[in-house]
Each structure stands twice: as C-alpha cells, then as structure tokens.
Design a protein around this ligand. Structure first.
Ligand code: ADP
Ligand code: MG
Ligand code: MG
Length: 484
C-alpha cells in the first residue's frame, strides 16, 4: 500500500519535527507512566510512529461495518450457558484461572443473577492478511483481507490513546503542509462512544446518587487512557462520579446492600468497569476472587459481566470457528458469512482426532501458526520453534487442551519512523506491521438488546520482526489509519 506521504525528509527537519511531536504528545496527554521510573507523579509520552499508516479505505469501512454483527454474536454467546459450558469443559479441567472465572459464572447462573443487564465494551482486533486468496484489486497488490486476531470483552483499552494519536498525526501532517491529507484520517470517536455506553448503563440503573467504579491495577501504567475516560464521563454528564479501586482494596471495602446493591465506601455502584482482573497475577489471594464473585452477585451493571468475560476467551473464539457454530448464533446467513470471512483457521488441541492432527500440524510447520493460552494482555503466545518444542513436550499432557492453535496472519509491511521516550532521535525508517482494533458497545440482557453501536478504532503498529505487540508491553506503538 503506497502512501502519498513522503518519508524522505531532511535530517534537520525530521529532528525538529520529532522534537515538536514529542512535546505535542506530552502536552496533550498522550502519555503512560514509566515502568522504569516508578514515580507516580511522572508521565512519559507513549511511544508512537511519526506518520499515519496507509490502509485501504474500503477495507477500513468494512471492518467498522461488521462490528455491530460481532457485538450481537458475542452477546448471544455470552447468554448461552450450554455453549459456554461445553466449550470450556476440557479447558477448565487444566486451566485454573479460567476455572475460577467459570466457577463464578456457574454460581451466579445457579443462584440467578440480581442484574440481568450487561454492558459490553468490545474491541475486535484485526490484521490485513497478505495471503488472502481473494481477487486482486487495481490499487492493492497483493490483495489483503481482514483476519480477526481476537475479540476483547474485558479491559478493551485505547479509547483515549487511539483518538489522541489521530490528533497528533493531524498536527504532524499540518506541520509538513499535507493539508489535503487530513481528511484521509478517519474520525475517531472512541472515547465518546465508550463513555456514552457507560453513561447509558448508569442511566438504566436509575439512581442519580450511584457512581461508576473503575476496577484498576495496583499501579496503572496506561493512566491517561483510563483517566480520560473518567474526565469524558464527567463532561458528558457532570452528575456521574467515577471511583477507582483495585481488587485488593475492594476485598476490604466492597459489600452488598439489602437489595444486592454494590456498596463501596458508602457509594452505591451503578456500573463496574474492569480495567483489571483479566490475568492471574491480578488476583493476589483468594480474597480478590471472593470480591469478584461478590461484585458479580450485585445489582451493579458489570462491564464485562462474567459471561461476557468468558465469551472473550481464545477457546470460545476457536469454538466459534467450527462449522455451523456462527450460523447457530446468527440466523441471518449474510451476517454469518461476513463473520466467517474474517476468521482464520483455529484449531483445538483436545484429545481427539482433530486435536491430534492439530498437534502434528503445529510440530511439522510451526511458522504457519500461533499457539495461544487462555490469557489476555499480550506476551503469552508462542511462535515458531517454541510452538514445536512446546507441542512435542506436551503431546501427551492434559495441559495442551488449555491452548489453541491459530493460523498465523502475515500483514503487509510498511515503513515509518519510530519515536520512543528516552532514546536518541532515530532517523532511520523501520519495517512495520499494524493491527486495527474496532470498538463496539452493546447493552442488553438474555432477552433484549438495548444498545448496539460501533464507533471509534485504534491502531497499533510494531516492528515486522516482532512476534507480539501491546502498548503496555512496550512493543507496539499507537498509530493512526491513513485511508488510501
Ligand atoms: P492478547 O489477548 O494477549 O492480546 P492476542 O491474541 O491479541 O492476545 O495476541 C497478542 C498479539 O500476538 C497480537 O496483538 C498480535 O500482535 C499477535 N498475534 C496474535 N495472534 C496472531 C495471529 N494469528 N497472527 C499473527 N499475529 C498474531
Ligand atoms: Mg486480548
Ligand atoms: Mg490482543
């Protein structure tokens, strides 16, 4: 994909531009807490790529359009007890973390949930795939099509860093006089839509005194992303207060009121928004698990509720790719076909014929695959020869069923400048690949969907030679779509 923006810039001009862009990022809150300098009062700009990355316009629009269907699919999956139980049955025998989540789900399912409504803030992550078998188009050769990396149902971040990157790139393009190119950066209303979703859930709760609780990590590195959500909520409705607690604090302070209200420090909580709770290390002791159950029992509207959390597991993603499953959840054939089109090959490693074949495939051609456990937050997957080694050693071990095998997507490579804090200006371009995240918001219960909308996106870009990328892990860089 060829961008009309030239990367050929004189060294001095480039250094000056990078300097200015860094200051713009710092002064506009495109920042993270540093993991090296642990002073909570110090922020650094989030590493970024200097120019927006070229994306085929039509494909970008297609990715946005399909999100409403994906929202509905996940909502239905989350409300199908038998499907979740059957899908996760083998996994939870060996994966303690998923089992703990499932135990909470089963407890609530048997007790009957006090709050039937869930708030889903979803982010479907996609990559363009260069090995797409579809036709060539005039503009893009080889033709690329979207493949879904995963869909996130918990702590779907970047509602702020996504849109602020658009503003930064607009500034950079303006500085270079690319005024006509500005209209090729798609609008990004991620922050507005995610916060309006939380406020809509708050309205449904119908208690003007109630607050929104953000469940946060012990130290939040991605603090701007979270705080700007809080500020935006206040902006959209000044009556809505946000409180922030980690699971350990909640284990001490959270309790249930007489009508199952969630009470935290004398506040009644209308909506619980998890930015934490998706990995085992965030539950230090049983107390953190106990409070997750307590919250789940409560009348507060959860984002996500436990069934939504489970619907976002890699195992569920793999089960959805099996023949006939999407069609079971989406009766509209066209909608089901669109969803199937973005799935890559996903393979179970269960102890049956299919699973055994998948193990052999992974061993004989590991470069074709990614091996994934039931985890979130980046840097948990295996690639290349690690897949071979793992599968060879785990071939007869029950633990292998906690993983899934996925076709590896090879996205198109493009070039850009990387800007990172604390390093000398790097004036060489690097070979990069990008992953697009599309946001969706859905509110509903087992019978009705009250809200289902899409707006906003985020783009992360990483070195083509890196296997993984997560902004929090320091490997991926906030970026912007440049429709060409
Ligand atoms: P997590 O929930 O931890 O973010 P992901 O499934 O998104 O897990 O994997 C993390 C990263 O690994 C992705 O952001 C992407 O860079 C890379 N990755 C995952 N699946 C694939 C795939 N099928 N092909 C290529 N890269 C992938
Ligand atoms: Mg994820
Ligand atoms: Mg991911």
């Amino acid at each position: 994909m060829k961008s009309p923006i030239s990367l050929d810039i004189l060294k001095e001009e480039l250094e000056d531009l990078i300097d200015k862009a860094k200051d713009w990022a710092l002064m506009n809150g495109m920042c993270l807490r540093s993991k090296i300098n642990v002073n909570r009062d110090v922020l650094q700009f989030a590493p970024f790529v200097l120019f927006p990355s070229p994306f085929p316009r039509e494909e970008f629009q297609n990715a946005c359009d399909i999100q409403i269907i994906l929202n509905m699919l996940i909502h239905r999956v989350a409300h199908d007890y038998n499907f979740l139980k059957e899908t996760l049955e083998e996994t939870i025998k060996v994966d303690e973390f998923t089992r703990n989540l499932f135990d909470i789900y089963e407890t609530i399912y048997k007790e009957g949930a006090a709050q039937k409504v869930s708030l889903g803030i979803l982010r479907s992550d996609l990559m363009l795939d260069t090995s797409c078998p579809k036709k060539d188009t005039k503009k893009f050769k080889p033709y690329c099509c979207w493949k879904q990396v995963e869909i996130n149902t918990i702590a779907s971040g970047f509602g702020w860093l996504g849109p602020v990157s658009t503003q930064l790139h607009k500034f950079v393009l303006q500085e270079l006089g690319y005024i006509t190119e500005l209209s090729n950066l798609p609008e990004n209303n991620a922050l507005q839509i995610l916060c309006s979703g939380m406020i809509e859930a708050w309205n449904l709760y119908s208690n003007p005194q109630a607050v929104i609780l953000f469940v946060v990590e012990d130290i939040t590195y991605n603090i701007c992303d979270q705080r700007f959500h809080e500020f935006e909520i206040r902006k959209q409705n000044p009556n809505v207060k946000v409180i922030r607690k980690n699971l350990t604090q909640l284990a001490v302070t959270a309790k249930l009121g007489s009508n199952m209200e969630l009470v935290v420090d004398d506040y009644i909580v209308a909506v619980v928004y998890y930015r934490c709770g998706y990995e085992p290390s965030q539950y230090h002791t049983k107390k953190e698990w106990d409070v997750r159950l307590l919250i789940e029992r409560s009348l507060a509207i959860k984002c996500p509720s436990i069934q939504y959390h489970l619907a976002g597991t890699k195992k569920v993603q793999q089960a959805l790719a099996k023949p006939g499953i999407v069609a079971h959840f989406l009766k509209d054939e066209k909608a089901a076909a669109k969803v199937k089109e973005i799935f890559t090959g996903l393979y179970s490693l269960d102890f049956n014929e299919h699973g055994n074949v998948a193990v052999e495939m992974g061993i004989s051609d590991p470069q074709r695959f990614v091996l994934k456990p039931q985890r979130e937050g980046g840097c948990n997957n295996l690639y290349g020869t690690d897949i071979k080694d793992f599968l060879e050693s785990m071939k007869s071990e029950q633990i292998r069923v906690a993983w899934i095998l996925m076709d590896r997507i090879y996205p198109p490579v493009h070039k850009n400048y990387i800007v990172k804090p604390g390093t000398n200006v790097d004036i060489d371009t690097k070979e990069l690949v990008s992953e697009l995240g599309i946001f969706g918001v859905i509110i509903g219960d087992d019978k009705n969907i009250i809200v289902n909308k899409q707006d906003g996106h985020m783009l992360r870009t990483k070195l083509a030679i890196d296997n993984e990328g997560g902004v929090a892990t320091g490997l991926a860089l906030p970026d912007v779509v440049h429709a060409v």
